[in-house]
Design a protein around this ligand. Sequence first.
Ligand code: ZN
Length: 158
Amino acid sequence: MAIREIREIGDEILTKRSKEVKEMTPRVQTLIEDMIDTMYKSGGVGLAAVQVGVLKRIVVIDCSEDGDELHVLINPKIVETSGEQTGQEGCLSVPGKSGEVTRPNYAKVVFLDENMQPAELEGTELLARAICHECDHLDGKLYVDLVEGDLVDVNTEN
Ligand SMILES: [Zn+2]
């Protein structure tokens, strides 16, 4: 278990497309464990592997208050969306900022779980937002390009 350094906006790697995971290896397993630790330590609700400098299609998400609804998504693909929500969004790679982004209010994603078995997840509201945000990272996209209006400063509590 280890905390990895989070790459920040301006780092070219964040604009690159991540590659599919072909097989589960001890190295990939360690990466996932480190991503989980890094997300919780940083107080984020989601993290993509590229944010710790690894171009693999892996995201971890936990939108719950208590940090007990962890989702690990390998090679995620959004297959359905509906509705619309507009709200403040932030990113661990864009520290101290947030901006208003419109996203689907519902998203369904198919992926492989940690045993490389097919799985799916449906989310609404914050979870739908997180699914869309994290999947965008895998295609080299940051939310700042979707912001309506200006990025604003947010108070960080550390
Ligand atoms: Zn992000």
